[in-house]
Structure formats: structure tokens, C-alpha cells
Design a binder for this molecule. Structure first.
Ligand code: HEC
Length: 101
């Protein structure tokens, strides 16, 4: 079953490629859209989730590393940070830093 799906998945990925590349400035690098679901770009009143748009990229990277290692306590970020390696984290952090606060 998995075998018969492969060509379909491969062509879907190929088709998605160029469109995603064109949208990078809007949606950010791979993974960034998984952050904005919680760290929304618009201010949400009374949200418990800290805003990270417009923060220094280096600070975001530091937070992600500490969440990942467990050095900084978190409810959800520890698990999320483990899903990203350093280059991915840096790309996402740079994108958030470039967003309006
Ligand atoms: C399920 C919701 C959720 C998602 C998805 C999410 N976050 Fe978070 N984030 C939180 C919460 C809640 C906190 C507060 C710490 C905690 O409880 O884990 C937080 C804290 C942070 C902080 C620390 C900010 C501060 O000032 O304390 C950073 C940086 C951060 N997240 C970055 C990211 C990045 C980058 C992504 C995407 C890879 C991401 N988050 C995805 C919910 C989320």
C-alpha cells in the first residue's frame, strides 16, 4: 500500500516545491507555520502564549535550545523544540525577527 502511494506523494511534493519557495516571505521557512498557529502574528488579548514576532533571532534560538535541552521549563515548547535542528531553528528565528512586532 505504501509503495503504490509513493509516486503520488513524490509528485505532490514536486508541485508544492516552487509554490512554497515563492511564499517564503509570507509564510516563513519550513516549520514556521507550525509556530504561528500558537504564536500568532496578530495580538491576541489575554493570550498566555508569549509573542515572538519582532524578537531578536538570537533570543529565539536561545529559548529553543533551552527548551530542547530541558534547561528552561515549558509546558509545550520542550516537545516542539525537539522537532527542529539548529539550521531549521535559526531560519525560523530569523523569519520571526523580521516580522512586525
Ligand atoms: C501548541 C502551541 C505552540 C506552538 C505550536 C509553538 N509554541 Fe512557542 N510557546 C508556546 C507556549 C505555551 C510558550 C510558553 C512556554 C511553555 O509553556 O511551553 C511558548 C514559548 C515560546 C518562546 C519563548 C518566548 C518567551 O518570551 O518566553 C519561544 C521563543 C517560542 N515559544 C518559539 C516557538 C517556535 C519557534 C515555534 C515553532 C517551531 C513555537 N514556539 C511553536 C506555545 C507554542
Amino acid at each position: 500500500m505504501g509503495r503504490s502511494l509513493l509516486p503520488v506523494l513524490a509528485s505532490a511534493l514536486l508541485m508544492a516545491g516552487p509554490a512554497q519557495a515563492a511564499d517564503v516571505s509570507l509564510n516563513g521557512p519550513p516549520g514556521a507555520s507550525s509556530c504561528t498557529g500558537c504564536h500568532a502574528s496578530a495580538k491576541i488579548a489575554d493570550s498566555v502564549i508569549p509573542r515572538i514576532a519582532g524578537r531578536k533571532a538570537a533570543d529565539i534560538v536561545t529559548f529553543m535550545r533551552e527548551y530542547k535541552s530541558g534547561a528552561w521549563p515549558s509546558s509545550v515548547m520542550g516537545r516542539i523544540a525537539k522537532g527542529f535542528d539548529d539550521p531549521q531553528t535559526e531560519a525560523i528565528a530569523a523569519w520571526f525577527a523580521a516580522q512586525p512586532e
